[in-house]
Design a protein around this ligand. Structure first.
Ligand SMILES: NC(=O)c1ccc[n+]([C@@H]2O[C@H](COP(=O)([O-])OP(=O)(O)OC[C@H]3O[C@@H](n4cnc5c(N)ncnc54)[C@H](O)[C@@H]3O)[C@@H](O)[C@H]2O)c1
Length: 389
């Protein structure tokens, strides 16, 4: 069976490598450089499993910049294009998803379209109407992977959610289950709209949990309490648990900020407080962190890493960037140390690849601790208690 995957980012590339173990997969992307690199079996993402699968596994997998080449005769077309949040419209920009659906309708009207991109609640049903699709032709299946562990998470999924009805939806759920290393993984069939809600409510819960422990940290540290003791004591209740509780400068990354904002927008006139509080709490947290740094009156602040955590290969919507903005507005001199950056300035802030230059700053900001900072531990400002995510 042929499967096409539109867009080869974290979601599209991990699904391509996952499914190409058993079926023919053709990945499509608008970026010719990325497609050429992938056809050489080199990963553009730093993801250990994807790198290993591309280099060593027997995969029925090729990549193209031609949508017709990808979609023709495919039984499934998986849509994994970006859906960035647009502050002007107060919602996701879903144009890339719409564009793929239009192409599939034109090129291969028999294919079942599976949307893996995160979309607003109600979007998939709207597409069925807009394109006059028969309902069983469109499936929404939320993606829950973590960046850096994208293929790992698809091999060991927390759950498989299939939104939609008909043989195509059932067959796609079975494809994901068969590709999983855990054949007993929970597979939940819902409507498309319920599946869209599951995605946004999952990510908003995660954002809320991060925000909660960050506000705990703000409170406990302001009162001079041992934050670790409080976090440990709270987490000993098994209903709360000692996981995903490590304070940080704020939640960030591509998904949590945009998905919580989209959910807030989707509430529209429906009463709520928590979702708005979750969104607003993140800005308050970055204000707090910046104020803590400013109160120490540093002459020059070194920023150790723009990424949210070690091993990450990007700093999209990183909370460190929010703190940098605030410090800069306050006129504080900054120096960035981020090995991912090749240029000597980032947003007009000097960048150094020399660790000693970073360590010479009077205060070093690190969202996550790093053994490289140990020699100057007394100068490091972090909220990281556990050295984990
Ligand atoms: N990154 C995550 O952790 C994650 C997790 C779950 C869900 N999602 C969702 O999945 C979607 C994709 O996210 P991602 O992080 O994989 O994206 P990404 O930013 O890693 O990759 C985007 C890719 O899409 C390509 N692209 C852009 N426009 C295109 C178009 N019109 N046609 C074909 N290719 C196009 C780009 O060249 C790039 O290769 C988003 O909706 C996101 O919210 C992401």
């Amino acid at each position: 069976m042929k499967i096409a995957v539109a867009a080869l980012g974290y979601v599209g590339l991990s699904l391509s490598t996952l499914l190409a173990q058993r079926d023919e997969v053709v990945g499509y992307d608008i970026d010719p450089g990325r497609v050429a690199q992938l056809n050489q079996r080199t990963s553009p993402l730093s993801d250990p499993q994807i790198i290993d699968f591309l280099a060593h596994r027997d995969l029925d997998l090729r990549f193209t910049t031609d949508p017709a080449d990808a979609y023709a005769e495919a039984e499934f077309v998986i849509v994994a294009t970006p859906t960035d949040y647009d502050a002007d419209t107060n919602g996701f920009n879903t144009e890339t998803v719409r564009g793929v659906i239009a192409d599939v309708v034109r090129i291969n009207p028999a294919a079942t379209i599976v949307i893996k991109s995160t979309v607003p609640v109600g979007f998939s049903d709207q597409m069925v109407q807009e394109f006059g699709l028969s309902s069983d032709r469109l499936v929404f299946s939320p993606e829950f992977l973590r960046e850096g562990k994208a293929l790992y998470d698809n091999l060991q999924p927390s759950r498989i959610i299939i939104g939609g009805e008909g043989p195509g939806a059932r067959a796609f759920g079975e494809l994901l289950r068969q590709a999983s290393l855990d054949r007993d993984v929970a597979v939940l069939h819902t409507t498309r709209t319920e599946a869209e809600a599951i995605k946004l409510f999952s990510n908003t819960y995660l954002a809320m949990r991060v925000a909660y422990f960050n506000e705990l940290d703000t409170f406990a540290s302001t009162h001079g309490l041992d934050v670790r003791a409080v976090v440990d004591g709270v987490g000993l209740d098994p209903r709360i648990g000692s996981h995903y509780n490590n304070p940080s400068f704020g939640y960030g990354g591509y998904c949590l900020p945009k998905d919580s904002k989209q959910l807030l927008a989707s509430y529209a006139d429906i009463p709520q407080h928590l979702v708005r509080a979750t969104v607003e709490s993140n800005a308050t947290r970055m204000d707090f962190i910046a104020a803590e740094v400013i109160a120490r009156a540093p002459r020059r602040v070194g920023i150790h890493r723009l990424v949210m955590k070690a091993g990450s290969d990007n700093y999209r919507e990183s909370s460190v960037l929010g703190v940098i903005d605030r410090l800069r507005r306050h006129g504080i001199e900054l120096l960035i140390h981020e090995p991912l950056l090749e240029q000597d300035h980032f947003d007009q802030i000097p960048v150094t690849s020399n660790l000693d230059e970073l360590l010479a700053c009077d205060l070093i900001l690190a969202n996550r601790v790093d053994p490289a900072l140990e020699p100057v531990a007394e100068k490091v400002y972090t909220r990281d208690l556990f050295g984990t995510v």
